[in-house]
Each structure stands twice: as C-alpha cells, then as structure tokens.
Design a protein around this ligand. Structure first.
Ligand code: GAR
Length: 315
C-alpha cells in the first residue's frame, strides 16, 4: 500500500506538482490524498484539481493560529493522510499541530540549512559571497526551519546571479530533491532495518534485557532468563515483519485477532502464549508497541526484578 501524503501550499505549488508527478510512477511509494492551502486562490490548487487530487482551501484570516491549524488537521485526518509535506506553505505552525505530526511532516526550504532560515534566502547567500545556494528537505520541529535535515542540493552561484535567477535554478533542484527525499522517508519506516532498530531500542531499554539470535530471529530476553520478544521477518516465508510478545493465553489471543485480524495473528510454532503484531502495515503505534514489550517483560520477569519495575514506576 502506498503511503498517504497531504501537501500544504500557499502559492504557485511547483513543488507540490513535482511531488504529484513523481507519484504517478508505478513504483513511487507514496500518493497524494489532499492538497490544502491557507490561500483560496493559490495557483497550485488548480493544478491538483485538474489532476483529480482532492483539495481544500480556507483563508487563515480572522482565525487564531490554533483554531486555523485545528481546521487543517481535521482535513488531513479526514483525508487519511499519514504524512504531511509542506511545499511553500508560508505559515508558522502552532506547537500543537507540529506535535500531532511529529516525525511525519517534512518541509522544503530554499537554502543550505542551517544557513539562512526564514525569508530572502537567496539574497542572503549572494550577499554573503557564498559559492553555493541550494535547498534542504528537513523534518519539521517546533522551531522554524530547524528540524533534522534529510537531504540537500547545493546550487552554484554564477557570476551575475541575482536573487531571482538563483531562485529559478534552486527550484529545479527542489523539484528533484523533494520527491526523492519524501519517497525515501516514507519507505524508511517500512524497512526491516528501521523496524528492527526501533524494536531493539524499546526492548533493550527494559531492565536486564539482552539480545540473542534464536531460530534466526533477533530475540530479546532477561539476561540468563526467559525470552519476552521476538522480531520476525519473513519467517518461514510468511512475508510478515512483526513483533511477537507474551500474552495471557488463548482467550486474549483470539480477542486480539478478532479485534484487528490484519494486525494481530497467531504465530506458528509459538502456541497460545504469544501473539504476533504486524509492524509492516505503515501505521504502527509505537507507544503501544512499547507497552506490549513492557507487559511481555513483566510476564516473564522474576518477581524481584518485576518489583524493581514497580518501584521505578513510582518515581
Ligand atoms: C519554494 O522555493 C520553497 O522552497 C519555498 O517557497 C517556494 C514555494 O514554491 N519555501 C519557503 O521559503 C519556506 N520557508 P512553490 O509554491 O512553487 O513550490
């Protein structure tokens, strides 16, 4: 399944168009589900409409930042967006909105960050005598143009360049950089390596946890004690990437599978005391995975150690 991306624009929308046309390739891992704007007349909206992409526009005028961002958030969720791409969206975002999309929202900025945050980036690069301007794609965090940079393209400043001529060339670079970086970003969370590292980080944070390989799978247990989690990747060719954790027994196993048969399954060869939780569906709730690991750890931890966890929780 392709990752669902919403794009926020305020203007021409050429970066949105680059994302949209790249998404037409059969092997592109994302699709656009919504193009939204705070400027009802934004030219990019017409491009998206003509291509049959859902659009939404509402002026921010007269609304405070929180109220407007709540409206946008509502639209993103209604469209089923899993990721947000800011593409010339000229609005400062509320902290709430950024928090809601933490780790799932990217922005493209016309400079080689951390240089020249904010506006007039090209004039600043030329004025400073830089050899290159360029563009950056970064993860959005509360501070403006500040989150971790995922990729950059330097663009040489030619003799005689002014802000406009440089901006035009940087846009070519932006249109190459953004689709490729977004594609890699949405894929990352589905890659076995990324998923394994994430599980490892959560499992190894539990008291006295250690890792061994068992039946070819990374397996987490209490040092010199019982196992509480397995990471499985295409085990016996089942095509699944999943976490196996301890549960109370057949009843709980059946209830989970009935509740969400796509996500939960009965792991072959493990019996009723375990459940498989798919990690490759693209919408994994990692807080819930952390909680599953903790419960599984508690189920196998010797009383003394489990008591320690209880004590730790009181602090
Ligand atoms: C792009 O150059 C983008 O980098 C910039 O606005 C332009 C939008 O063009 N973004 C920022 O300055 C964000 N701080 P577009 O509407 O044609 O994509």
């Amino acid at each position: 399944m392709k990752a669902k991306v919403a794009v926020l624009i305020s203007g021409a929308g050429t970066n949105m168009a680059a994302l949209l046309y790249a998404a037409k390739a059969a092997d592109c891992p994302y699709e656009l589900v919504l193009v939204a704007s705070n400027v009802p007349g934004a030219a990019g909206l017409a491009i998206a409409k003509a291509e049959g992409i859902a659009t939404w526009a509402h002026s921010h005028k007269g609304l405070d930042r929180d109220a407007f961002d709540a409206l946008v958030d509502e639209q993103l969720r209604a469209a089923g967006a899993e990721f947000v791409a800011l593409a010339g969206y000229m609005r400062i975002l509320s902290d709430d909105f950024v928090a809601r999309w933490a780790g799932r929202m990217l922005n493209i900025h016309p400079s080689l960050l951390p240089r020249y945050k904010g506006l007039n980036t090209h004039a600043q690069a030329i004025g400073a005598g830089d050899s290159h301007g360029g563009c950056s794609v970064h993860v959005v965090t509360p501070a403006l143009d500040d989150g971790p940079v995922l990729a950059q393209t330097p663009v040489a400043i030619a003799p005689g360049d002014d802000a406009e001529s440089l901006a035009r060339r940087v846009q070519f670079a932006e249109h190459q950089l953004y689709p490729a970086t977004l594609a890699a970003f949405v894929m990352r969370e589905r890659s076995p390596d990324w998923l394994r590292d994430r599980v490892r980080e959560l499992a190894m944070a539990l008291p006295e946890a250690d890792e061994v390989t068992s039946h070819g799978m990374p397996c987490f247990g209490i040092a010199k004690g019982k196992k509480f989690a397995y990471f499985t990747e295409d085990h016996h060719g089942d095509g699944k990437i999943a976490l196996l954790v301890k549960i109370s027994g057949a009843d709980e196993q059946a209830a989970l599978i009935e509740m969400d048969a796509e996500r939960y399954y009965r792991p072959a060869y493990f019996g009723d005391g375990w459940v498989g939780i798919r990690l490759d569906l693209g919408d994994t709730d990692w807080d819930a995975i952390g909680e599953w690991l903790r419960k599984s750890w508690l189920a196998v931890a010797p009383k003394k150690l489990a008591g320690l966890m209880g004590v730790a929780e009181e602090f």
